[in-house]
Write a protein that binds this ligand. Sequence first.
Ligand SMILES: [Zn+2]
Ligand SMILES: [Zn+2]
Length: 761
Amino acid sequence: MIAQRIRVTGVVQGVGFRPFVWRLARELDLSGWVRNDEDGVEIAAEGAAEPMRVLLERLRRDAPPLARVDGVYAHDSASEGGRGFVIVASRAGTGRASTAIGHDTATCPDCLSDLFDPANRRHAHAFITCTRCGPRFTVTHRLPYDRVATSLAGFPLCPACAAEYTDPADRRFHAETTCCPDCGPRLSLADARGNPLPGEPIAETVRLIRAGAIVAIKGLGGFHLVCKADDRDAVARLRLRKSREEKPFAVLLASIASSREYAEVSDDEAALLGSPERPIVLLRKLGGCDRQLAGIAPGLEWLGVMLPATPIQFLLFHEAAGRPAGSGWLQARQALAMIATSANPGGEPLVIGNDEAIDRLSGIADAYLTHDRDIVAPCDDSVLRGARFIRRARGFTPRAIKLASAGPSVLATGGFLKNTVCVTRGDEAFVSQHIGDLDNAANCVFHEESVSRLLELIDVFPEIVAHDLHPDFHSSRFAAGFAARHGLPILAVQHHHAHIAAVLAEHGHGGPVLGLAADGVGLGADGGAWGGELLRVDGRHCRRWSNMAPLPLPGGDRAAREPWRMAAAVLWRLSRGGEIAPRFAEQAAAGGLAAMLERRVNCPPTSSLGRVFDAAAGLLGVRAVAAFEGQAAMLLEGLAGRAGRASPLAGGWRIGPDGTLDLLPLLASMADADDPAQAAARFHATLAAALADWLCAAADDTGIGTVALGGGCFLNDILTQALTSRLNEKGLQVLAARDLPPNDGGLSLGQAWVARHFLEA
Ligand SMILES: [Zn+2]
Ligand SMILES: [Zn+2]
């Protein structure tokens, strides 16, 4: 007989781990107990040697689907002489918590069976959940994760639910957010002014949506604005009311089968769409998609699709399908297609409160489908294309990113656009949900709240604060204030150093590497506008090895929104300034631009690669003025995708004696191209070849064989794939973002990583 104490660490609370251990121990005929504490799960077990060995093995191998076991540590202990195996009360925490709360998860197959079973007591219950699914991060105020710490605290369990909650054999044993029609929250439907509407809320909502209404529907991390996706008038009305002219909307569809109606869906994409995290996945549109779903993603090759994640969303499709029994109907194609776009008017934070919705969505929503379970933390939908993150939020926050080693806690406050914040604890980095652009007061408040909440949830206090080098960002000013209030050291991290560091953090690589930062813009160490940088990064040390040959930004920041200005800058550099005015005659400023460039008035130089994409798009007539950030580059990539493979333009680039990469010959060919699609394909192929050439030369000079790719340009799939395969052919190891977006959404992790190295140096 052997007796052992076993500690299990990782995401092991609120995921059905204790009942799993209980069942396992009974199966293996072991005696002892299991309990939660602030470090995870603790087990006391005794029995014969072989079952004890099997227990340790299966704790890892067979853990419940939402659990993530980081460590299983066993040591021999004295026999407690008990009989049987029991779950004992959680040990009240005295020390600091080292567990994490789970992420929000789509309704599981077992709950769906209950939901659509007319004989089940939770039939059509809009708040059905169990230990394997449902809300977590978005309803939890604090640790330890218990019902009283969630927004279900105000809904005491009825006797039937309490019996399940206390039965270790039930999958709702200690399901902290469980409830039923007798004891749970309630749905309500209101008109545009917030007055209650009669009828059953789900049925009435479907009726309104079918009639062309825009309904604000409360989701996990915020309200969505929902309307019929194939109703041109409704879509046009939504665009008008949201002041969103061209930015694509995501579509909520019932099933994979429904998705195949509009887009190509590979096996990997199907798995991602149906995963418990349930992100928006960008799928390649089918030919008829723009006809069926006109105005959803105008001009783009990709359609953002999301499958239902919450019981409410499932019930809407269920109602539209005529309320069939069983879950089989979810395998079939369903006709209803709905836009589900985040309700965040003016780029401000998501609407999460019921009264707030009626206030902030006034003039946009025709009706409100809400309920009385509060959203604690706003959390946007996550967006992926292939395996690459574009936005990381619901379903993934607050999952930790494992670092190479443990170290002091760090707070990093991120950048300006697509802001996130990051806090480290031990060997884990916690990156917040997507916060958004810090260009309005409300998002700045959300940023500060996110810092406080993250520090509280993972229960650490930082020893240093890291921020972007740009002193005027709200995130930088906040970092300075926070550090001053708490007497902490502070570290400014250059934007592109942080981009590369984020990739290194994810891969547990300490450097040295060659970092290629291909980006829109970030403040450089010399005060310039950087964005196409070849960096030598080694821990906290970063040296600008080389950069893209600069182009002028005619009109400063405006040039980033108006690709025709970058096209003009290229024409001017080609000594073809005289073509600017006739070529861009429809632009009011075109007449004076050549003179402005000539006199170098308000034309700061930039080494940005993002602006090179803009220049190409402007020269090819793809887009003169962008309706949203990144649009010109997205359209250019779409065009290239349609043209298929192309060869690089011979002599399309030059590497100067100082190492700078100049793409002027390539851009000159764009200025004279006849076929924009062919030219766009050639642009991508040449750019990949040029960057590979540039990196290989630097690899030879430095003797460094590892390359890290960071920055927003690597959202471009054609570029990333072509460049990676070229570098691999040359024998270079390529590291790229995996668990975070390559764009500014990953900056905070990179800042934190640099600060860690700074403290340890
Ligand atoms: Zn479930
Ligand atoms: Zn109940």
